[in-house]
Design a protein around this ligand. Structure first.
Ligand SMILES: Nc1ncnc2c1ncn2[C@@H]1O[C@H](COP(=O)(O)OP(=O)(O)OP(=O)(O)O)[C@@H](O)[C@H]1O
Ligand SMILES: [Mg+2]
Length: 889
């Protein structure tokens, strides 16, 4: 039953129960969410929501009551396990509204008051503990005006808040892809025609949850109240004043956040930062994914280069490292500053060790602050924060002599330390300490709390003490303090001692042999005891709240500290990897075009195969800036190209690079087209994506760029592909004049390149020993002589019949090769006619099926040998064995 149907039933005069009426009134305001309605220890879901929840969560669908004659579908989830269920629903792209009881049921007159306290969505998870540390979860919003695209992104879980202005649609789309937001706030009709389709396909591709607001929310006149909440004092912000249109998407996003998170303030949201593209080397998302720097999907982080480089100890550091990779610098001074830090760190590896020890103590401060902001901060969060502050002060001592800028004034650091001390001095860090047990606050912090705690825990002892004192004071040895459920606490004195009872005792009850009295002191003790537990809990909560407020007051310092930790952590990480993998400091030349790498290597492959990796030397400069790499399949062409791009990118991040030496120029744009990427944008074919990306390179590349192209034109017919590749080579050499590496299997291009003095042929060395190709992987300044494609196909296990036939066809094709026109006329008939003629271009290649079994056995035996572990005698004996085995055949 939909909300509309329900409304119709109500309009027709059917009465709802008060509880259902309350549900309906609340649900009306949250039509596009799944509403969890708190009922005691359960969250209950009704009507259509119940069916959806039952299906998504695999829970029972039952009924609660009826509306008219129709039973109301209901499903329930226990409150204590809610986070698991809620995350499962939001991971499916739905929003969940959490409706709580907002008054104590004991105080309720009639039905308990309820209200929605939080809307959980992919960008605003319920349980921050479970969100991936190294990843951002952005919510984005955008606004277009006069061909300018204003994009804002807020990570509500860490407080990261950024704005971007893009001057054209292409750059805006690139920005959006780079952010990979979880949610996008927009209004209908904002994008027209093709732009709409592109935005839509990106959002669909990344499974982004869209929220449509009406257009007025994109007008800051109507949203300034909300903006003020996320950017306090925004009207005085000079950067925002420079381009006030950024307020349009900020307003919409601010409204969205404020309407879904019912909080007084958002202490964890960082000051809004407008990002400029000026000092950034541009690098596109396909480049980063093609280089395997950024993971293809969120799950494969560990296998990506970013995962490999991530030697950070904190979640903030890991997130910052990612932003370093996505925003390499185009400013030599800033790069040098970073390189200086890494140099200083690599000079002193014990310093790195010390830093890592301290950093490892630090938890995700940004998410702690987000939890505090959402009133979900726990005592252990505060204790973790205190530990982080203490570790930070140690870190500051460690980095004192490094060229790292201070970000907090000593007075601010002092305040943080005082806060940390008071947290440590106040909160009990023993396991089992909790507000409910009344032992969260340490003894000695607050006198009233201690008295209450004592009363609560030691009522008997208190009474005993009072009894002894009263006995002494009155001289009545049989005086007893007792209690029961009816009369509470009382002093019981036998009738015989009645004369000694002081006047201050008030008679309560007369029994046969005894009288019962009370005193103001006892009344007080009783009252305190009975209410001690509630009072204790309340007082402890107040003290805890006080600490939370102290943290909130220092939120800016905490955020700045966290940013500084992220910075230091990511640089110690870069220094660690530089040391462990043998990287060097790159040298930049501002006055010339240069890419001179000695003994460069691909960091990930080298770390896997160690010394078996063959390092590369490469030299391009302003005289010869174009390198055409030809060479057989599997020879290592793509690896060299990836390696070069990685070296340039790392250098412009301000990191050391995988090489013995690297002389580089500052590049404005790094383009690389490696591998097929039809999955990046749905709805475009592999070849279409390849051409679109190549077109983008041609539009944006300048002589200051670095261009890495792998087998462009491969995805279409041979002659089309060759023509495109040929045209591109000429264009890059004659027009673009950027440092370029172009790998291809079109050997026709070797001759093209030979005609230019500014270009050279390169190949990755291979040798052919009697049909067995050996890959040497060395990069040399020579053109390739052969392709060995069929040989590689054989290695890969293609059946012998196919291999044989391929060789025949290849031979025919090669015969026609020198005259392209003839090549065109090579018909299927001609190829058919030549079937079964023995035309082996690689005569020496023996097809698997023809290798006799005993030779295969021999091959297997030899390949099993670990020669390095054999003595000469072992070797001779083994050789003898093998020989005997052969003789037996
Ligand atoms: N320098 C090297 N040292 C050792 N092994 C290497 C080296 N370069 C590449 N390899 C190995 O060779 C494999 C193939 O390399 P790569 O993909 O770069 O070849 P390719 O020439 O691009 O082949 P194709 O033409 O089929 O694309 C790599 O996966 C790696 O295992
Ligand atoms: Mg390749």
């Amino acid at each position: 039953m939909s909300l509309k149907d329900l409304q119709a039933i109500i309009d027709s005069g059917t009465k709802l129960t008060p509880m259902m009426d309350q549900y309906f009134q609340i649900k009306k305001n949250y039509p596009d969410t799944l509403l969890l309605f708190r009922m005691g220890d359960f969250y209950e879901v009704f009507f259509e929501d119940a069916k959806t929840a039952a299906r998504l969560l695999n829970i029972t669908l039952t009924h609660r009551g009826k509306i008219g004659d129709t039973p109301i579908p209901m499903a329930g989830i226990p409150h204590h396990a809610a986070s698991v269920y809620i995350d499962r629903i939001t991971n499916r792209g739905l929003k969940v509204a959490i409706c709580e009881q907002i008054e104590d049921p004991k105080d309720a007159v009639g039905i308990v008051k309820r209200g929605v306290t939080q809307v959980v969505s992919p960008g605003m998870p319920f349980d921050l503990e479970k969100t991936q540390g190294h990843d951002h979860r952005y919510m984005a919003s955008a606004f277009k005006k006069d061909n300018c695209y204003y994009l804002v992104a807020l990570d509500f879980t860490t407080g990261d808040f950024n704005g971007y202005k893009h001057e054209n649609f292409e750059s805006f789309i690139e920005g959006l892809r780079m952010l990979a937001p979880r949610e996008f706030v927009t209004f209908m009709g904002q994008w027209d025609g093709d732009e709409g389709k592109d935005v839509e396909s990106i959002l669909n591709h990344y499974d982004v949850l869209k929220t449509h607001l009406s257009e007025e929310y994109f007008n800051p006149k109507f949203t300034d109240l909300y903006i003020e909440k996320v950017i306090p004092g925004f009207k005085r912000d000079k950067i925002i004043k420079l381009d006030e249109l950024i307020l349009n998407p900020i307003g919409a996003l601010a409204y969205y956040v404020c309407s879904t998170q019912l909080l007084e303030s958002f202490i964890h949201i960082r000051p809004f930062k407008m990002n400029s593209q000026a000092n950034i080397m541009k690098v596109t998302l396909p480049t980063l994914v093609g280089l395997e720097i950024l993971p293809k999907s969120r799950e494969s982080y560990k296998d990506s280069l970013l995962g490999f480089f991530d030697k950070t100890e904190t979640a903030m550091g890991a997130r910052y490292l990612r932003s370093l990779f996505a925003n390499p610098l185009f400013n030599q001074d800033s790069i040098s500053e970073r390189l200086d830090i890494i140099s200083a760190l690599t000079d002193d590896d014990s310093l790195i060790k010390d830093l890592r020890v301290e950093l490892s103590k630090i938890r995700d401060i940004e998410r702690i602050l987000a939890k505090i902001s959402m009133s979900k901060g726990s005592a252990s969060d505060l204790l973790n924060l205190a530990t982080a502050v203490n570790a930070y002060t140690e870190i500051l001592k460690n980095v004192k002599n490094l060229p790292i800028k201070a970000v907090l004034a000593p007075a601010e650091i002092k305040k943080l330390s005082v806060l940390a001390e008071s947290i440590k001095a106040t909160l009990n860090d023993e396991v089992g300490a909790s507000l409910e047990k009344g032992n969260l606050i340490k003894e000695g912090v607050d006198k009233s709390r201690d008295r209450l705690a004592k009363l609560h825990l030691n009522v008997a002892e208190e009474l005993m003490k009072m009894e002894t004192r009263l006995k002494d004071e009155t001289g009545i040895q049989k005086l007893r303090i007792k209690s029961n459920n009816v009369s509470g606490f009382f002093i019981e004195i036998s009738k015989g001692s009645a004369t000694k009872v002081p006047k201050s005792f008030e008679r309560r009850q007369t029994l046969v042999n005894a009288e019962r009295y009370t005193t103001p002191e006892l009344v007080q003790l009783e009252k305190e005891t009975i209410t001690a537990q509630t009072k204790l809990e309340k007082l402890e909560r107040e003290i805890f709240k006080g600490l939370i407020n102290n943290v909130s007051d220092l939120n800016h310092s905490v955020l700045t500290m966290s940013e500084h930790i992220a910075f230091i952590d990511s640089f110690q990480g870069l220094a660690s990897i530089a040391l462990s993998e043998g990287f060097t400091r790159p040298k930049f030349h501002s006055d010339k075009q240069i890419l001179n790498i000695k003994q460069g290597f691909h960091p990930l492959i080298k770390s896997l195969i160690k010394d078996q990796f063959v390092c590369h030397d490469l030299n391009l400069d302003e005289k010869t800036y174009f390198g055409l790499i030809t060479g057989p399949n599997m020879a290592g062409k793509t690896t060299v190209m990836r390696e070069v791009a990685i070296i340039q990118l790392l250098a412009q991040i301000g990191s050391f690079v995988p090489a013995k030496s690297a002389d580089l120029s500052l590049c404005d744009f790094l383009f690389s087209r490696l591998g097929a990427s039809d999955d990046i944008l749905k709805g475009q074919s592999t070849f279409m994506v390849e051409m679109a990306e190549t077109a983008e390179i041609l539009r944006h590349a300048s002589s200051k760029s670095l261009i890495i192209l792998d087998e462009v034109g491969r995805g279409t017919s041979t002659y089309d592909g060759l023509s495109i590749a040929w045209g591109l080579v000429e264009h890059f050499i004659e027009q673009t004049k950027a440092l370029t590496l172009f790998a291809t299997h079109y050997h026709e291009l070797i001759e093209v390149v030979e005609n230019y003095s500014t270009a050279k042929n390169l190949t990755v060395e291979t040798v052919n020993h009697n049909g067995n190709v050996q890959f040497l992987y060395r990069l040399i300044e020579k053109p390739a002589s052969q392709s060995f494609g069929i040989y590689v196909a054989k290695l890969a296990g293609l059946p012998a019949s196919v291999l044989k036939r391929s060789e025949e066809i290849l031979h025919l094709l090669e015969k026609n090769h020198h005259n392209p026109m003839e090549g065109h006329q090579l018909t299927v008939k001609a190829v058919k006619d030549n079937q079964n003629t023995q035309l082996c271009f690689l005569d020496d290649i023996v097809i698997d099926a023809e290798i006799p079994a005993h030779l295969l056995h021999l091959e297997e035996e030899i390949s099993k040998l670990d020669v390095m572990k054999m003595t000469p005698i072992d070797a001779l004996l083994k050789l003898n064995d093998l020989k005997k085995h052969l003789e037996l055949q």
